[in-house]
Design a protein around this ligand. Sequence first.
Ligand SMILES: Cc1ncc(COP(=O)(O)O)c(C=O)c1O
Length: 331
Amino acid sequence: MSFAAMPRVALANLPTPLQEASNLSAVLGGPRILIKRDDLTGLGLGGNKARKLEFILADAKQKGADVVITTGGSQSNHAAQTAAAAMKLGMECYLVLYRGVHPENQGNMLLYRLYNAKVEIVGEKSADLPKIMERIDRLAAELRSQGRTPYVIPIGGMMPQGTLGYALAVSEILDQLKQQQGSASYLIDCCGTGGTMAGIVLGAKYFKADFKVIGISVSAKAEVLKPRIADMASQTAQLLQAELSFKPEEITVYDDYIGESYGIPTKECIEAIKLVAQTEGIILDPVYTGKTMAGLINLVRQGRFTSKDTVIFMHTGGAAGLFAYHKELSA
Ligand SMILES: Cc1ncc(COP(=O)(O)O)c(C=O)c1O
């Protein structure tokens, strides 16, 4: 089966730009850096979930769903983009969230209201996910008893349909590199659940990319993420009926940039956000892309990339969450 045969709804503005970050490269004295602007996907305030939701919500529609339910922290970009997509497709949206670091009515919490999503806070942190999933099961049963058809999207849209979106993003990047008559040696991606990275490693193998994919974790340890990413990439290859499989050893993830924990920005993350804003006029976020850029900067400083390399930084979005972190960012 080809990608074109997979059910899909149009939600994202594609292709997103692959933009030269020459000021940032110059300041770092390192490799050529290209930023893949998936913060400009255009669904809500943009971000990586738009590509995933094109396939996930097509599956939901095909199954007759009229309500979507998903989860994440109170500042979940995934939850906000899911709510935006649900509104666009005329579906109702329930968000069963954990409190997380910034539950105030700012950033994504504010956006949920604008999208008229039904928000319920269950639990304090991601470790409370089993309790949240129990609540989601009960909610789905309640909705079914009212004659509705709910569709549950796992945290981060971590499912094979979502992964398809990022496999296709690789094909888009390869086309753009070809148009620019260039090539890349590395692609750096942020790993939360690891679903985006699973798509990218699948796409890199499927479309024969010659760049190496490096994941920077903002949450889980590398030993947890590598098998999860390999497994999701293999499951998605099966969905595509592509004869590809993945082993944890072939996945590269660094977990040195998480800091105290998920959702708490490190000093290096805040420095990276300011550096990219002040060199390129591009806004990163304090939970995902700021830490990922801190990883890229550190790898340049370690001499991992040289001035002969071209490194693609996948900008997965997250700007909405920024405003909930105004105190940390103003310090
Ligand atoms: C802005 C941003 N970047 C990266 C990620 C991580 O994506 P994944 O969960 O697919 O690893 C997320 C997940 O919510 C996100 O919101």
